[in-house]
Design a protein around this ligand. Structure first.
Ligand code: NAD
Length: 337
């Protein structure tokens, strides 16, 4: 049974209520690709859950939404296990949160953790591409982080995704992690087409990417303007992985994979804050929607030392910008494409 001794009934009740709201939202967002609440509302519920569990640690059971990634597989595709887990990211909402994260990294690393890599947080959906001897053999979405839907046939229709890796030192086996997205302009055009065809539009670019990728018929996916950018690796066997995340990206670029030009290596918290503030002002410069910045410890050996919690790496954090506007009208529309 759940250990809830000493937890006031009101906290217990609120925790159950929030958990239910979050689980329902997860289902609509991850499985149906049709959210009915804003990301800001969802993040507020999660923050309240975290706070309750901070105050009453016995509420932090393994089945709490704070301990899990994503949602279970949908049943529409074949479930496939990831070779290494696909995680979520811890969140920062203020300069203070970032400073706290940096000091924790410095303390846990027990040394100067060296440079940080700053990246844009692309608002799409995570994909894992498995390459064996340089050949694309599988594309799998994140699912619950351990098992995800097999969308190989759909992923093969995306022009940014190479079917073969090129260049030297291609690993025997590598999991390439990236974000699948639809550029903002293409999203608008796609919605116009859907509406013209009498079909419901997507709520936002993220959902349009998720809904377009998770089609049962890959020919439909092939007609959608899906793009991909790489942001990590899982297993890497049979060749030497470069020693930093930024060098890994350069290697992946040599393999023919799409890598963002907007990542920057910075020395310290000041550099991180500079990047965050720059993109707060230039949030709409990239062709795709971003909901924040991801900061990573650049050194891979330190990433390994720092490790992960049950759902997120300690060596990375997502800084979320405040929401700009909530289009509740679109959010109310159920998407059934
Ligand atoms: P997350 O989106 O906060 O962060 C993890 C994800 O970031 C990774 O899986 C990866 O796909 C992505 N990412 C984008 N750019 C990246 C980069 N450069 N480097 C590394 N990763 C990058 O966490 P999550 O667990 O995927 O989802 C939680 C978030 O999803 C919530 O905060 C909320 O915004 C949204 N959500 C909304 C609803 C809703 O109903 N509105 C429901 C569930 C989730």
């Amino acid at each position: 049974g759940v250990e809830v001794e000493g937890v006031p009934a009101a906290a217990l009740e609120r925790h159950a209520e929030l958990s239910e709201l979050v689980e329902e939202a997860n289902w609509r967002y991850y499985v149906l690709d049709a959210p009915t609440v804003s990301d800001a509302q969802y993040d507020a519920w999660m923050r309240e859950l975290h706070a309750l569990e901070e105050e009453h640690p016995s509420l932090r059971t393994p089945d709490s939404p704070t301990q899990k990634v994503g949602a279970p597989v949908s049943g529409d595709f074949t479930p496939v296990g990831h070779l290494s887990p696909m995680e979520s990211l811890g969140n920062a909402f203020s300069a203070d949160d970032l400073a706290t994260w940096v000091s924790r990294v410095e303390r846990l690393a027990e040394q100067d953790p060296g440079p940080y890599l700053c990246e844009l947080k692309i608002d799409g959906l995570a994909i894992s591409l498995v390459y064996e001897k340089g050949r694309l053999v599988r594309g799998v979405v994140r699912g619950d982080g351990r098992v995800g839907d097999d969308v190989t046939a759909n992923v093969r229709t995306i022009a940014d995704v190479p079917h073969r890796l090129t260049g030297d030192d291609v690993p025997d086996l590598v999991e390439v992690r990236g974000e699948i997205y639809i550029p903002v302009e293409e999203f608008a055009k796609l919605n116009e087409q859907l509406v013209a065809a009498g079909r419901p539009p997507f709520a936002n670019p993220r959902n349009s990417a998720a809904g377009s990728l998770r089609q049962k018929d890959p020919r439909v996916t092939a007609q959608r303007p899906l793009r991909m950018l790489v942001h990590g690796t899982g297993v890497w066997q049979g060749s030497t992985r470069p020693p930093t995340q930024s060098a890994v990206y350069e290697r992946l670029r040599e393999f023919g994979l799409p890598v963002s030009d907007l990542c920057r290596v910075v020395d310290d918290l000041d550099g991180i804050n500079g990047y965050v503030e720059h993109y707060r002002e230039h949030r709409h410069d990239p062709a795709y929607e971003i909901d924040g910045v991801v900061v990573k410890v650049d050194r891979i050996d330190l990433q390994r030392d720092l490790g992960s919690t049950s759902r997120a790496p300690r060596w990375a954090i997502a800084y979320k910008y405040p929401p700009e506007e909530v289009n509740t009208e679109l959010l109310d529309i159920q998407v059934g494409v």
